[in-house]
Structure formats: structure tokens, C-alpha cells
Design a protein around this ligand. Sequence first.
Ligand SMILES: Cc1cc2nc3c(=O)[nH]c(=O)nc-3n(C[C@H](O)[C@H](O)[C@H](O)COP(=O)(O)OP(=O)(O)OC[C@H]3O[C@@H](n4cnc5c(N)ncnc54)[C@H](O)[C@@H]3O)c2cc1C
Length: 379
Amino acid sequence: MFDLDEDERAIRDTAREFADEFLAPNALDWDERKHFPVDILRKAGPLGLGGIYVREEVGGSGLRRLDAVRIFEQLATGCPAIAAYISIHNMATWMVDRYGNPEQHERWLPGLTSMQLLASYALTEPGVGSDAAALSTKAVRDGDDYVFNGAKQFISGAGATDVYVVMARTGAPGAGGISAFIVPGDTPGISFGANEKKMGWNAQPTRQVIFDNARVPAANLLGNEGDGFRIAMNGLNGGRINIAACSVGGAQAALDKTVPYLAERQAFGKALLKNQALQFDLADMRTDLEAARTLLWRAAAALDADAPDKVELCAMAKRFATDAGFEVANKALQLHGGYGYLAEYGVEKIVRDLRVHQILEGTNEIMRVVVARAVVGAA
Ligand SMILES: Cc1cc2nc3c(=O)[nH]c(=O)nc-3n(C[C@H](O)[C@H](O)[C@H](O)COP(=O)(O)OP(=O)(O)OC[C@H]3O[C@@H](n4cnc5c(N)ncnc54)[C@H](O)[C@@H]3O)c2cc1C
């Protein structure tokens, strides 16, 4: 797992080259202008980044989850916010591949895998986040359609994306009454809230999605009625390790900026890098990132193998890697002194972007709930 062969290196390097050429040079500007670079995302499609672990026969790249986490780590070295959006797009696209029928594959996957169509994932609601099984957006069957009413909160990409994988209630309270749908963004009756003002992730919009008697064809139901919660959670296993890989990549970029900075910066008659205390900080940062990366690869391999402990491994990796990534990036800011706090050095943006990875796709407390359930269940 740890010695990459030629193909694996080529996959990783392609992602890095994309990040170096298109993301890194623009990341600060996009953050400042709150600009979602759809034109750049469209360039990612032909490189196979739109359906990384979607089957090749339906237009995907047919790669493993292990390849995906390596790709997202590299993309995030250029811009964690855009890498994370690409990760959400991949999660939604995989859900259409894995749970869709042949007609849905034909209708949606060519556009999604090529990134001519951009996707969002809509689970959270204003009143319901961690307790997603209590969601209340309704989809009521009426002839050949479902009629949607309700609102989704914090939807990444919303208003700028084309396809929404929406979890809505079609039945009784609880997880078993939830279904998943492919919902076109231009469906009459859908509107979007204002772009939220956020601490980070400014290069992608976050908006409410509001349904007011929005009619969605019944043909857009993913799987069967009542499958939606399971589909949403299965999507999140991969989503969580991909977001966590974005934390590792962002933090690695912050660490990579810190070493030359300390070598250059003089204080008390010598380069700061000569202080062993600061070298120890760098050693700990490197160690924490390597531990996070190793656990991520382990979780990704478990997902590839459909191992019985894949869910808790993905939760462990998400919790550990997003915490480690944030701490390392924050330490990098500290080691830059006052300059770390200035936007032009690029470190404070990484800290702001990585902070939300500890909150979304299941908070790190909920990751502990998932892991604890496995630990306690085994007793
Ligand atoms: C920038 C951004 C982008 C997002 N993008 C998306 C998206 O694209 N699609 C989408 O569906 N959602 C998205 N989300 C929503 C995100 O997944 C939720 O914010 C997250 O799941 C937490 O839900 P909540 O905010 O309602 O917090 P709450 O569930 O209200 O939790 C509040 C606090 O209580 C803790 N807590 C809750 N329950 C427990 C428990 N049982 N035990 C211990 N602690 C608990 C939580 O960990 C948290 O610290 C996004 C959020 C943000 C900020």
C-alpha cells in the first residue's frame, strides 16, 4: 500500500499538476472574491476527476477509494475549498452510479463524470444536522411526480450546480421513511437562499435550497422508497475520507510553506529554523500528518475491500485526519508569526478552510458516536 507503482504515481501526479497549474495560483483571489471557478472545474472532468470511483462503463475513471484519497490530498495542496467541492461532486456522482438504474445512468452520468453537470448533496436542514434521520423535507407522490416541500441548509455549491441528490421524507418518521432523489436545479418551485458569509470555504457557495411545490419526476427516485438514508450514509463513508484527505493536503501545503519561511526569517542573530524547539514542532507536524495519511489509506482500503469495519474506520480516519490537519495548519500559522495572520502568505486561508472539515459530513463528535458504537457493541 505504501510503495506506489507507476500507475498510482501517475494518478497522484496528475492531480498535483492540476492543483499546481489551476488551483494554487488562484486560490487566494477566489477566496477574497468568493468566486466559484466553474470554468476550472470543467477542466477537471476530462482528467477523470468527476467520477473518480465511478465505473468506467458508465463514464467514470474506475479507480479505487485508495486512489481517490491520494488525489484529494494533492488537489487540496492547491485549494482545500475547491478540492472539497470536487469531493462532494464525486460523492453525489457515485451515489447515482451505485444506486441508479440504467436509465438514470444514461441520463445523468455522462454529464456528471465529465463535470459538464455539477452536483450537490442535500441532506442537512435548518432544524436537523447531526440527527439527519429526523429530516422533514417532504416528497409526496402525485401521479408520475413527487411534490417537494421544505428546505435544505448549508448546501455546498447550491445555486451554481446543476444536479442535487436530495434526501426527503416519503414515509413514516425515522430513517426508514427517507428516500433519495436526483433533482435538477432548474426544477420550477426550487429557489436558493443567499450565499452564506463564512469563515472559510469562500471559493464555493453555501446556500439554502428551498422547495415550494417543486415537482420532480418519479423516475428520479434513486433505489426504492425508504432506501434514502442508507444511500446517504453509504455516500458519506467515501465523502468523509475524501474531505479528510483534503485536510491532510491543505496542512501539508502549510507545512511546506513553513520550513523555507523559518530558514529565511532571522531572529536573535540566527535563522529561526536553527531553534531545536521549532524543529521539534516541525517534526511533530510531519509525524501527525503521516499518521493521518496512514489511517486514511487504511480506511480507504477497507472501503475498497467492503470490509466489515469500513464504517468505523472511515469515521476514525475522518475524525483523526481533520483534527490533525487543522492543528498542523494552525501551528504553521503560529510559526509564521504575525505574517501567518496576513492573507498574502496563504496560511491563514488554509486554517480557515480546514476548520469546517471538523464539522461537516458528520461532525467529529458524531464520528466518535460511530466509533464508540462499534467499540461498545463489541463488548
Ligand atoms: C460550509 C458548510 C458546508 C456544508 N455543506 C453541506 C452539504 O453540501 N450538504 C449537506 O447536506 N450538509 C452540508 N453541511 C452541513 C453539515 O454537514 C452540518 O452542519 C453538520 O452535519 C452538523 O449539523 P448542525 O450544523 O445542524 O449541528 P448540530 O447537529 O446541531 O450539532 C451541534 C453540536 O452538537 C454536537 N452533537 C450533536 N449531536 C450529538 C451527539 N449525539 N453527541 C455528541 N455531540 C453531538 C455536534 O457535534 C455539534 O458540535 C455543511 C455545513 C457547512 C458549515
